[in-house]
Design a binder for this molecule. Structure first.
Ligand code: HEM
Length: 317
């Protein structure tokens, strides 16, 4: 009896402590514990069903979360539709190939039925990215919740997304502006273990004398063949596009990186050793990746009057 009581006290303390661990950001692990207790299973089940039908959506959701967080913070601004007075982030050329909006909509629809006006679109996207990584075989990690949805989404802000032609120094500088070290930037780039890029994103490597990166000659021929089908023809980042593993880094070591911004991580001495360490040790990559993703998921989270819980992820209330 005494033991059982003690266990209960420990359990309650753990819940409270975990809950307040990220209190400084207004976020916590158990944010919806009382207001929407079945939220987690709804997110997981809906996502798993969608990914069973189309495993390639895992890549789309992880990328969408990144593009959300790097512009105006993780506030679901990427989900907002353009109106006649405003062209939104999602219509920027850098975002036109984002995929997975319908999964977020389905989760939101179910949650609005269960607990109307409670779970933010920004939280849904952050959780969907987390669960997509796990679905694809990557690390399991949790994120604090309680992000609010932003009320600004402007195409011009997307100028702050990294370009696929950036070299390592430019990438380091841009990620530093968001508080990430070079190592964290290289770990986050490992998300390119999932998914594809279109020829328009890598054709610079075939047409220009690209002195910043090296490109395997056989791989160059394969890429040229892909591009013969046009700018929208897709090529996977590595040989296992739906598996979250460290093959991306192994490809960089053999000069089979797809984008300039991928291969530069190996070409540049500042980041080469980090690439080598992830290519050799997948567990290390998983550990650094999950920590960097938690950090990214908390970028510039919104509180106060300039934020809300959107009823429809595509529209400001
Ligand atoms: C380091 C700077 C980065 C650059 C320059 C970059 C650029 C790109 C580009 C150009 C594409 C292909 C777009 C297309 O051709 O349609 C892409 C795809 C992708 N990016 Fe990044 N990215 C970067 C970092 C990240 C990060 C930090 C993440 C997530 C944490 C991420 C996740 C993805 C994923 C998963 C895809 C595949 C999407 C799909 O198949 O639909 N990227 N990225």
């Amino acid at each position: 009896m005494v033991m059982a009581n003690l266990m209960t006290v420990f359990l309650v303390m753990e819940v409270i402590l975990t809950g307040f661990r990220f209190g400084a950001y207004g976020l916590n692990m158990n944010y919806y514990l009382m207001s929407c207790p079945l939220m987690e299973p709804v997110v997981k089940d809906t996502l798993n069903k969608a990914l069973q039908d189309d495993p390639t959506l895992a890549a789309g959701l992880v990328r969408m979360h990144f593009h959300d967080c790097f512009i105006e913070g993780c506030d679901g601004s990427i989900l907002i539709n353009s109106t006649k007075d405003n062209t939104a982030e999602k219509d920027s050329p850098a975002n036109l190939s984002l995929r997975g909006y319908e999964v977020i909509d389905e989760i939101k629809k179910k949650l609005e039925k269960q607990c109307p006006g409670v779970v933010s679109c920004a939280d849904i996207l952050a959780m969907a990215a987390r669960d997509a990584v796990f679905f694809a075989g990557g690390p399991v990690y949790d994120i604090p919740k309680g992000r609010k949805d932003g009320t600004r989404s402007k195409i011009q802000d997307t100028i702050n997304l990294p370009s696929p032609t950036f070299n390592a120094s430019e990438l380091i500088r841009m990620f530093e502006q968001h508080g990430f070290s070079a190592q964290e930037m290289v770990a986050l780039s490992g998300a390119h273990t999932l998914g594809v890029a279109r020829c328009s994103s890598f054709k610079n490597r075939l047409t220009q004398v690209d002195t910043s990166t090296t490109l395997d000659s056989e791989f160059a021929k394969t890429l040229a063949k892909t591009c013969s089908f046009g700018d929208n023809a897709e090529h996977p980042f590595d040989a296992t596009r739906n598996n979250f593993d460290n093959l991306y880094y192994k490809s960089l070591v053999t000069n089979n990186g797809l984008l300039t911004s991928d291969q530069t991580l190996y070409t540049n001495p500042k980041t080469r050793n980090i690439v080598n360490s992830y290519a050799l040790n997948q567990a290390l990559f998983f550990l650094d990746f999950q920590q960097a993703m938690v950090k990214m998921s908390m970028l510039n989270v919104k509180q106060g009057s300039m934020s809300e819980v959107r009823q429809n992820c595509h529209k400001i209330n």
